[in-house]
Design a protein around this ligand. Structure first.
Ligand SMILES: Nc1ncnc2c1ncn2[C@@H]1O[C@H](COP(=O)(O)OP(=O)(O)OP(=O)(O)O)[C@@H](O)[C@H]1O
Ligand SMILES: [Mg+2]
Length: 297
């Protein structure tokens, strides 16, 4: 019997049907098949590994693409907000100036008027002042572009912010500033603004007996700043939105504070992170590279 005949038998051969030669043929065929299966198995294992690697590469590229897209959207949003806001703000400055002057005149002319009228004129003046503050914030936001770097003492910038802010008496501030912090290149005005925004948010988040802790340290090639408050905290579902321009949960907020902070930190090639537990505390951590490379910024 040749091999094909042997393999095509419908029923197993009986004892004595097969010659020694047939058995030898079957044996070698069997061995050959085993070898092939082993080879095929190795091939499929290797293919499987390639597919897994390709998948994880694809996944990584997908994430990178998504991050790049988000960055692009953010930059576009920032640019549009900046453009719109600055032209709008310029237009509003004059009428607001006129309202402010008129309120002042009314205040002078109506010194003996009813308390209720005086209260309303006061309110008018306060709201105009607030509008001017908003405009100033928007205009400065639109201007965050180029850095003016100078060798700076970051602890001093933080201390200056504290002097600038009116910290209410029921709020305590704890400084844990590293006295040996190296001086390094920063845009002092912008970094001042960034800290002012973060600390203002902390103050707004605090209730009765609040506390803010300011900590600085040098970790490897970074100066690290932690700003912690024991205020209301930030719910997890909005943690990734708070740095977006115009995101706010406050009835009287514009949502530019942290967008400005992020822009300033990015310009310094630094990093900003936030951790928060609702009802307990919030910590903003900023890392500035001591040896800043601006890549043409
Ligand atoms: N320390 C904090 N504790 C709790 N929530 C915070 C804190 N800091 C920021 N947030 C949340 O992040 C949001 C965005 O903050 P951001 O400073 O950008 O805008 P804003 O304070 O609402 O308005 P503004 O433009 O006046 O600063 C806030 O509305 C608030 O919900
Ligand atoms: Mg704010």
């Amino acid at each position: 019997m040749d091999l094909d005949e042997l393999l095509n038998l419908k029923t197993p051969p009986k004892k004595g049907d097969l010659t020694d030669e047939d058995i030898a043929r079957l044996f070698f065929k069997y061995k050959g098949l085993l070898k092939k299966i082993e080879r095929d198995e190795a091939f499929w294992v290797a293919t499987n590994e390639h597919i897994t690697i390709a998948y994880s590469k694809l996944d990584k590229q997908k994430n990178e693409l998504q991050e790049a897209q988000e960055l692009l959207v953010r930059k576009e949003k920032l640019a549009i907000v900046g453009l719109l806001a600055s032209s709008l703000s310029h237009e509003l400055r004059n009428p607001l100036g006129i309202i402010s002057n008129t309120a002042y005149l009314l205040q002078m002319e109506l010194k003996d008027a009813d308390e209720i009228i005086k209260k309303h004129i006061d309110l008018l003046q306060k709201e105009v002042d607030r509008s001017v503050d908003i405009i100033t914030e928007i205009l400065t936001f639109a201007k965050v572009k180029k850095l003016k770097l100078v060798e700076s003492d970051l602890n001093k910038i933080l201390e200056d912010v504290l002097k600038y802010i009116d910290v209410p008496e029921n709020i305590s501030i704890e400084n844990q500033l590293d006295p040996n912090l190296p001086h390094f290149q920063l845009d002092e005005e912008q970094v001042f603004r960034a800290f002012l925004n973060i600390i203002s948010n902390s103050l707004q988040a605090l209730e009765d007996e609040g506390k803010i802790v300011l900590k600085t340290s040098k970790i490897e090639n970074f100066v690290v700043i932690n700003i912690t408050d024991n205020g209301v905290g930030i719910p997890e579902e909005i943690l990734d939105k708070i740095f977006e321009p115009l995101f706010t949960t406050k009835s009287r907020g514009i949502g530019l504070g942290l967008a400005i902070v992020k822009e300033i930190v990015d310009l310094h090639n630094g990093f900003i992170e936030v951790e928060s537990e609702v009802g307990k505390e919030t910590t903003f951590t900023i890392r500035f590279p001591i040896d800043v490379h601006l890549d043409g910024k």
